[in-house]
Design a binder for this molecule. Structure first.
Ligand code: SF4
Length: 277
């Protein structure tokens, strides 16, 4: 039996995820990592904002906070400062964490709060209707870009690194083994750790761009173990009718690691530890 199954809240089932949604894979990996690392989740808190990814914290039998849109990191910061003995994990989406809550992300990274932030990056706002997100690749169609996106997408990992995060990694739903290792390393790290996870929204991003079902979207992530090229010119359904030439390269793995005092250490908070469940 999957040891993580005991960490689920059966009364919260059935879950809300659409068939083929990549978030289910990421949830599975997160539960396995938690089950392996912690004998009990009594001192583990999962904090989320709003969105399909944020909703998954409700399925895990830890201390869970489902907060307001984009504000998970500010709630998590307060929790960590009040209870520095706890392991605090933020689960957010690209719309929630980089769009609505982008300001909170850069300041949590700047402060080097001892949190782990897992950003489910499906390049769209899923739950709210498939709108354009700051991570939507140029040319992609969304509910609010019916003629194709004209903007350049944020590189979430670069942004977190520039803002001061001391551990930054990128994984993908296509590689649960790699993601498992990255989440483990992020949880081992003392300081603000950020994991950008490429996952897929079949219902909106996949459908709007005629990219196929869940398995088609997953295999589109499979270009390489260490580096994925999301080259829209190779996606015939996304041939640009307006002459835009786009090449997005997304590196995978641990992208940045550095060491500097955490906010909790600088403040001299008592009971500050990390990694104990
Ligand atoms: S709307 Fe998209 S992100 Fe949300 S559950 Fe469905 S497929 Fe997943």
């Amino acid at each position: 039996m999957n040891p993580g199954k005991a960490l689920l809240r059966p009364d919260m089932m059935p879950h809300i995820l659409c068939p083929g949604c990549g978030h289910g894979i990421v949830l599975n990996v997160l539960i396995r990592v938690l089950a392996r690392r912690y004998a009990s989740l009594d001192k583990v808190a999962l904090v989320a904002g709003i969105g399909c990814s944020s909703r998954i914290v409700g399925y895990i039998d830890a201390n869970t906070l489902h907060t307001t849109h984009g504000r998970a990191l500010s709630f998590a910061t307060g929790l960590k400062l009040a209870r520095p003995d706890m392991t605090v994990i933020v689960v957010t989406g690209d719309g929630d964490g980089l769009g609505i809550g982008g300001n909170h992300l850069i300041h949590a990274a700047r402060r080097n709060v001892d949190l782990t932030c897992i950003l489910f990056n499906n390049e769209t706002y899923g739950m709210t209707g498939g709108q354009l997100a700051p991570t939507t690749v140029t040319q992609a169609y969304t509910t609010t870009s019916p003629y194709g996106n004209r903007e350049r997408a944020f590189d979430a990992a670069l942004l977190a690194t520039a803002a001061g995060a001391t551990f930054v990694a990128r994984g993908q739903a296509f590689r649960p083994d790699l993601l498992d290792d990255l989440l483990d390393q992020a949880l081992d790290h003392r300081g603000f750790s950020f994991v950008d996870v490429m996952t897929d929204c079949t219902e909106y991003f996949g459908r709007k761009n005629a990219l196929g079902g869940g398995s088609d979207l997953l295999f589109s992530q499979s270009r390489s173990d260490v580096e994925v090229t999301r080259d829209l010119n190779e996606w015939p359904q996304l041939q640009d009718p307006h002459g835009f030439a786009i090449r997005e390269t997304l590196a995978m793995g641990v992208l940045h690691e550095s060491d500097r005092p955490t906010l909790e250490a600088v403040m001299g908070l008592s009971g500050y530890r990390r990694g104990e469940g």
